[in-house]
Design a protein around this ligand. Structure first.
Ligand code: NAG
Ligand code: NAG
Ligand code: NAG
Length: 361
């Protein structure tokens, strides 16, 4: 009995502690449920960080924080543009020139399809900020390239002396004037290569869902014989050598075969994109940019629904010189290869007017 009296307080204590901790566990669980429910409902409550359209006067605009200004800027973008095409087809030049437009931001080879996963986190989706994250990254990439990269003034560029830069002096590369109407990515060859796998076509739909604005495409083409020859010469790093000694053609039937296959996988993917997106795809023969810059720039601006000022056209044209590069005769084509390429060209609408014998295209 005395023993029981002694341990009774202990038992009561243990009982009370058990009761309290049970209650605690229950409360915590309830709390967790509440948090979970709360964040679930948040999915529907949270709005994109858009700024009310009514704030139009300058004073109010000036009083916005930098972040709000940027969100507002990205909200005004009207068109998302992607380059499709082929490596070695002049699309880098066209991308750089469009980036020089005051209302267009297009970095050099950001490679959106490869980086798409970065914008697919659930948190970003729940908060509806994927578009802003993507646009911000594209704009920053374009800015860095114009400061120190492939579009910088020679004196600031980190590229080697021999590498080509796409600097357009006195224009808007890496930036914009007041508004960005068009934003996008130029990674033509890889984009088309990835889309050669029909499964990846879904990625384009995903991009459409992220950007929530109309998508447009720029499809830069070049005579397939020149394009394939240049791809092969670059792979073999023999272009400089061919240029240097001139006379001797590169005779590598296997390597040329593999470049032909590589090229047409992209051509067929681009054809599928055209079938799927119709008028949203603009075909631009790359050589047109050098031969008829004003006309070509107008076509591009019309497609993207921005205006081309005379100053823009003049300054862009000033960096274009030379004639379209013809490389088809630097390699040996077998009769079979010529015939096969010609036959495949006939099945691709934008390629069927090219031929081995026609110049300058
Ligand atoms: C690069 O720097 C040199 C020397 O300062 C200058 O003369 C030249 O005009 C600069 N080039 C460009 C493209 O600005
Ligand atoms: C190219 O190489 C093949 C053998 O690999 C040879 O039969 C052919 O004559 C060569 N063609 C030219 C134009 O040199
Ligand atoms: C190149 O490809 C064609 C068609 O696939 C084939 O008939 C030919 O034998 C190939 N040539 C070489 C050298 O592999």
């Amino acid at each position: 009995m005395r023993i029981f009296a002694k341990i009774l307080p202990l038992l009561v204590g243990v009982f009370l502690i058990a009761l309290l901790s049970l209650n605690f566990v229950f409360k915590v669980r309830k709390g967790l449920t509440e948090i979970a429910v709360f964040s679930d409902s948040q999915r529907f409550v949270l709005r994109p960080p858009a700024i009310e359209a009514s704030m139009e006067n300058d004073e109010e605009r000036d009083s916005l924080s930098i972040a709000k200004k940027m969100f507002r800027l990205y909200d005004e973008v009207e068109t998302f543009v992607l380059f499709i095409g082929y490596p070695r087809s002049q699309h880098s030049l066209i991308g750089a020139i469009l980036d020089a437009h005051p209302e267009v931001v297009i970095p050099h080879e950001y490679d959106l399809l490869k980086n798409l996963y970065r914008f697919e986190s659930r948190r970003a989706a729940n908060k509806n900020i994927q578009k802003y994250m993507l646009f911000n990254e594209l704009r920053q990439t374009s800015e860095t390239q114009a400061l120190f990269g492939i579009r910088a003034n020679r004196n600031n560029s980190l590229l080697g002396q021999r590498e080509y830069t796409y600097n357009v002096p006195g224009q808007w590369q890496g930036g914009f004037d007041k508004k960005i109407k068009v934003i996008g990515d130029k990674k033509g060859g890889t984009t088309s290569m990835l889309l050669a796998n029909p499964k990846n076509m879904e990625s384009l739909e995903k991009i459409g869902q992220i950007v929530q604005i109309p998508m447009k495409f720029i499809h830069v083409t070049r005579n397939p014989f020149d394009n394939i020859a240049t791809i092969m010469l670059r792979r073999k790093s023999s272009r400089e050598k061919v240029r240097a000694d001139g006379a001797e053609k590169v005779n590598e039937t296997n390597a040329l075969n593999s470049s032909i296959n590589f090229y047409f996988r992209m051509a067929f993917a681009n054809q599928r994109i055209k079938e799927r997106y119709g008028d949203a795809v603009l075909d631009i023969p790359g050589h047109e940019m050098v031969l008829r810059p004003a006309e070509t720039l107008h076509k591009l601006c019309d497609h993207l629904r921005v205006t081309c000022s005379d100053d823009f056209i003049k300054k862009c044209s000033s960096i274009l010189y030379g004639s379209p590069s013809v490389t088809r005769n630097l390699v040996v084509w077998t009769k079979e290869q010529k015939a096969r390429v010609t036959k495949m060209m006939e099945t691709v609408s934008v390629l069927k007017d090219y031929s081995f014998d026609k110049y300058p295209e």
